[in-house]
Design a protein around this ligand. Structure first.
Ligand SMILES: Cc1cc2nc3c(=O)[nH]c(=O)nc-3n(C[C@H](O)[C@H](O)[C@H](O)COP(=O)(O)OP(=O)(O)OC[C@H]3O[C@@H](n4cnc5c(N)ncnc54)[C@H](O)[C@@H]3O)c2cc1C
Ligand code: SF4
Length: 326
């Protein structure tokens, strides 16, 4: 499968990158590690006039601990750097654990945290070659007007399938977005739309520059559990992150978030209320698992059945809660 034709620009600074974004405001695609984008370009899922390869922008790399105990991470920091960061492992272990499960070592050497946050949603009817999609029928997400997964509906249910966003949601992370009209910061939980087609609130002429985790989220115990078909290299088909803080033998704060079972990574509402001020045992962990399973809305977007994926969310959440508590 060949790449479509496009102009390639390789800026060396953020200012240069923003200038180029302004040149083709509606027809540009940011390239970071390229581990997801390049296969998608070959499948003609994107046909931009300009590809902006931002890999040379040194200021967007690195893990920078802040004086107050929080941390700032450049969007181009690779998943291997995240996984190996002693600071992150010590203070934000759920993030290093989630990063270590992405794809394979080679892909983690290339793939970036920003790319993982911005990752396109996935569906059996979408992540296919142009010939396949032409033969089987286009759909709402690209070139068509029907959904093969939920026929009769007008919504795209393609699943968000990045591993690090549930961990970052649990850590109350914010992201910085830069574009021609300036720079803004938003909580990551406000970044996703909940729809599988226009899945993120990012204009084509904007890019994610930094990820900020507040000091108040440091030193939570964290666990990430993931269901995939090939243990050595695969997107999640269900994933759950759990963080909790204990004081005097009881949980004083807890958060749970899911991935790969909805069009957006999703915080499980009220999970904290079940866990707080409790000594965590099997029954409490099971209650949180039930709540997580009710939050998950998997459809037939991947190789495993929705029923199995929802059930695995229940099982993995229970196990992750017990592991984080012990
Ligand atoms: C075989 C295989 C297995 C995989 N398994 C997993 C897995 O288990 N878990 C998982 O999470 N991912 C998986 N991936 C996907 C991918 O490797 C990772 O998600 C990786 O983190 C993507 O980062 P990247 O820098 O390569 O992004 P790219 O491929 O460069 O970009 C991905 C998307 O994000 C956009 N983008 C990238 N950076 C920015 C930015 N700074 N600002 C704005 N937009 C941006 C791009 O335009 C593109 O739309 C897999 C990929 C392959 C090929
Ligand atoms: S969920 Fe429906 S609209 Fe979305 S990619 Fe799959 S088939 Fe297409």
């Amino acid at each position: 499968m060949s790449l479509p034709e496009f102009k390639l620009v390789r800026p060396r600074s953020l200012d240069e990158a923003i200038c180029s974004l302004g040149e083709y405001p509606r027809d540009v695609q940011v390239l970071a590690g390229g581990t997801d984008l390049i296969p998608s370009l070959r499948q003609k899922l994107f046909e931009p006039r300009l590809v902006l390869d931002v890999r040379r922008i040194a200021e967007l790399r690195g893990v920078r601990p802040q004086a107050d105990g929080g941390v700032e991470i450049g969007a181009l920091t690779t998943l291997t750097e995240i996984e190996r960061s002693g600071f992150l492992r010590q203070h934000f272990p759920v993030l290093t654990e989630a990063a270590a499960t992405v794809a394979s070592p080679v892909l983690r050497n290339m793939g970036t945290l920003g790319g993982n946050i911005c990752l396109d949603t996935r569906c059996l009817w979408y992540n296919q070659s142009l010939t396949w999609r032409k033969g089987c029928g286009f759909c709402i997400k690209k070139d068509g007007d029907i959904c093969h997964v939920a026929p009769g509906g007008t919504k795209c249910w393609a699943a968000f399938s990045g591993d690090t966003p549930p961990a970052l949601l649990c850590l109350n992370a914010e992201i910085e977005i830069a574009g021609v009209s300036g720079t803004r910061k938003i909580p990551l939980r406000e970044f996703y739309t909940g729809s599988g087609d226009n899945y993120r609130k990012l204009e084509r002429n904007e890019l994610v520059t930094r990820i900020l985790i507040p000091a108040s989220s440091a030193d939570y115990r964290g666990v990430y559990r993931k269901l995939r078909i090939r243990g050595s290299i695969d997107y999640p088909l269900a994933g759950v992150a759990v963080v909790l803080k204990r004081a005097n033998g009881h949980v004083c704060d807890a958060r749970v978030a899911l991935t790969a079972v909805n069009p957006a990574p999703t915080l499980v509402k009220n999970a904290g209320a079940i866990l707080e001020a409790r000594a965590v045992d099997e029954a409490v962990a099971e209650q949180v698992g039930d709540l997580a399973a009710r939050t998950a809305k998997p459809l037939t977007t991947s190789a495993l059945t929705p029923e199995y994926r929802r059930e695995m969310i229940r099982v993995f959440t229970k196990r992750a809660v017990l592991a984080a508590a012990n």
